[in-house]
Design a binder for this molecule. Structure first.
Ligand code: NAD
Length: 285
């Protein structure tokens, strides 16, 4: 029987825990306050932001969206971020990507004060990954943090296991590779130029696909004898439906466990972000 690695039971647990921690902070005069900065009105970004707001409100944290004109100059944008960095009431800041073409040349990930960097993208925060630690009191990047949370919740062993991560982006592929390595997995990081992907995935105990291509992973990538665990990070549209990178119907019967899309990594990313907000506020208290 294949286990479906659904996020909901863990999300429910985390919401209960974060609500308590948020109440304690508020009682001590420190309201967790998330500011999201959006440049323009990208519809996908607005959907992601709505989810962030919903979870903030569920746990009792304050949320505000600063929607900036897509014609904003670099100087004006930098001033806006500086103002938020210096505002003692704001405890977590997210610059929603993508930004306008004009702003793309800025090193966006390093603009937010590292203590308020709840996305976990600032080099001061990603440094923890390189240093080999996996401490829950660090502001780790949210999708990788959520993936590790999901694997732990379903008691998937990592130590000594062969994990094949597909995709080497800064927000998913690279940081999850390091987190898995810090948790004693043996990691292969595959990407668009990898020549023997099928050979690699067939020898994997854990496959993490973060590519963004529907039906990339098919039965040909799976060795049914290995009882593989698959984490599907991809978010793609196929025939008008949200799907992952894995051809779910044919692959899922051949593996030990698989995260569904929707309902797997997506909700874990949002809850990890709110967890980082509470953590950042606690650290300031
Ligand atoms: P990206 O475009 O920055 O990186 C994609 C990576 O895939 C690249 O490193 C590239 O080398 C690799 N790749 C491309 N084609 C490949 C192929 N044929 N074989 C092997 N590797 C290949 O993407 P990203 O920002 O890391 O996002 C990846 C996917 O994950 C997207 O669908 C995105 O929407 C999704 N995502 C989901 C969440 C979530 O919370 N569920 C969070 C972040 C990203």
């Amino acid at each position: 029987m294949t286990t479906l690695l659904k996020a909901q039971p863990l999300v429910d647990q985390k919401i209960a825990d974060l609500t308590k921690r948020c109440q304690t902070l508020i009682q001590n005069g420190r309201t967790p306050f998330m500011k999201v900065v959006l440049v323009g009105n990208n519809p996908a970004s607005l959907t992601y932001i709505k989810n962030k707001k919903r979870i903030c409100e569920m746990v009792g944290a304050k949320f505000e969206l600063d929607q900036l004109d897509d014609k904003i100059t670099k100087d004006e944008f930098l001033k806006h971020i500086e103002k938020l960095n210096n505002d003692p009431a704001v405890t977590g800041i997210i610059i929603q990507l993508p930004v306008s073409p004009e702003l793309k040349t800025l090193r966006i990930t390093n603009l937010v004060n590292p203590e308020k960097d709840i996305d976990g993208f600032h080099s001061k925060n990603t440094q923890w990954l390189y240093e080999g630690s996996y401490q829950t009191n660090h502001l780790l990047p949210c999708t990788p943090k959520g993936i590790i949370g999901l694997l732990d919740f379903y008691q998937i062993p990592l130590k000594g296991k062969h994990a094949v991560v597909i995709g080497r982006s800064l927000i998913v592929g690279k940081p999850i590779s390091m987190l898995l390595s810090n948790r004693d997995a043996t990691v292969t990081l595959a990407h668009s130029k990898t020549e023997n992907l099928v050979e690699l995935t067939k020898s994997a105990d854990i496959i993490i696909s973060a590519v963004g291509r529907a039906e990339l992973i098919t039965v040909s990538h799976i060795n049914p004898q290995r009882k593989t665990v698959i984490i599907d990070v991809g978010m793609n549209t196929l025939d008008g439906k949200l799907v992952g990178d894995v051809k779910f119907d044919e692959v899922s019967p051949l593996v030990a466990a698989i995260s569904p899309v929707p309902g797997g990594v997506g909700p874990m990313t949002v809850i990890s972000l709110v967890e980082n907000l509470i953590l950042a506020t606690e650290k300031k208290s």
